[in-house]
Design a protein. Structure first.
Length: 309
């Protein structure tokens, strides 16, 4: 659906279906993953697979598909020695998604992923902000309908810089934040943790509710919990609803990350995913989808929720 229709559905308390993971689904289809750029090369080197992934989500019932630009922010492109291709690769990602959306019989919106991929705190906020500015402008000029600001694993000050950068774009902005559970005290934290069963490789920043409240003062658009354990997603939805007056959404993950590949473990059945999604909606979520490891079959399972709302 065009963003005008997305806004209409949301304003009427309806449900909008976001797509599932892009990179993990490309890997599932056999696309090679890059050590620095993960799935970023696929828009150039495996465009038919990218089209296939987007089309599979449209068929599954997604209202919004996300361009393959998460792994091609300027920071990552520079590290890969591809600074001169930043615009070309990001534009290519948008064009592939737009092609599928335009050829669909439905009214599909295209989101551009403006990304903090890599969580480059070592570079400093000033340099990161320049990258956010550049990627945001490229995505906007390439014709996305909205920006999904994907801040996985990023420190609060980086998230705030990304919000400031995105706010100058003349586009709707969805802010996505990851969360984790500190097993020492069971607090829901802003951070990253692919499974709550272990604190290994987990990163904790501030209490999740505090970060949502801080971000809500800077951003009045939708706030979504992204790439977080399915078992804590409902709690995250509740805390967003309690601390943000705008639209709430959720797209958790399934599996584990061992760079540069997604490990398809801890698989979730469509029936289980549907039950979980119903609980997110009951607690205020209006945008639902999936992140890494969540493929078209799970999106299809939840797609009927927009008809039942």
């Amino acid at each position: 659906m065009s963003y005008k229709n997305v806004e209409k559905v949301l304003s009427e308390n309806g449900v909008v279906i976001l797509d599932g993971g892009i990179g993990a689904e490309l890997e599932r289809l056999g696309a090679p993953m890059d050590g620095i750029l993960w799935c970023g090369r696929c828009s150039i080197e495996n465009p038919d697979l990218v089209r296939q992934v987007h089309e599979s989500y449209v068929i599954a019932g997604a209202d919004v598909i996300t361009a393959n630009t998460y792994a091609t922010p300027p920071t990552a492109m520079k590290e890969a020695g591809l600074s001169d291709l930043i615009e070309e690769w990001n534009i290519a990602g948008v064009k592939l998604a737009r092609e599928i959306a335009n050829n669909s019989s439905g009214d599909i919106a295209v989101a551009g992923s403006l990304s903090t991929y890599g969580s480059w705190q070592k570079l400093g906020v000033k340099e990161l902000r320049l990258g956010f500015d550049l990627q945001g402008k490229v995505l906007a000029d390439a014709g996305v309908d909205l920006i999904i600001l994907e801040t996985l694993a990023s420190e609060p000050e980086i998230v705030e810089a990304a919000i400031e950068s995105a706010n100058v774009l003349n586009l709707p902005i969805w802010l996505s934040i990851s969360c984790a559970v500190d097993r020492k005290n069971d607090n829901l934290m802003h951070g990253v943790q692919e499974s709550i069963n272990t604190n290994s490789n987990a990163r904790f920043f501030k209490k999740f509710s505090d970060v949502i409240a801080d971000n809500s003062r800077m951003h009045d658009g939708p706030i979504l919990v992204m790439h977080s354990d399915l078992k804590v997603t409902n709690k995250a939805v509740q805390e967003i609803s309690e601390n943000h007056s705008g639209i709430v959404g959720a797209y958790p993950n399934a599996g584990y990350w061992i760079k540069p590949n997604w490990q398809f473990l801890d698989e979730i059945s469509p029936d289980t995913y549907l039950v979980e999604a119903e609980s997110w909606i009951a607690n205020g979520a209006q945008i639902i989808g999936g992140c890494c490891g969540v493929g078209p079959e799970l999106i299809q399972a939840i797609s009927h929720l927009k008809e039942e709302k």
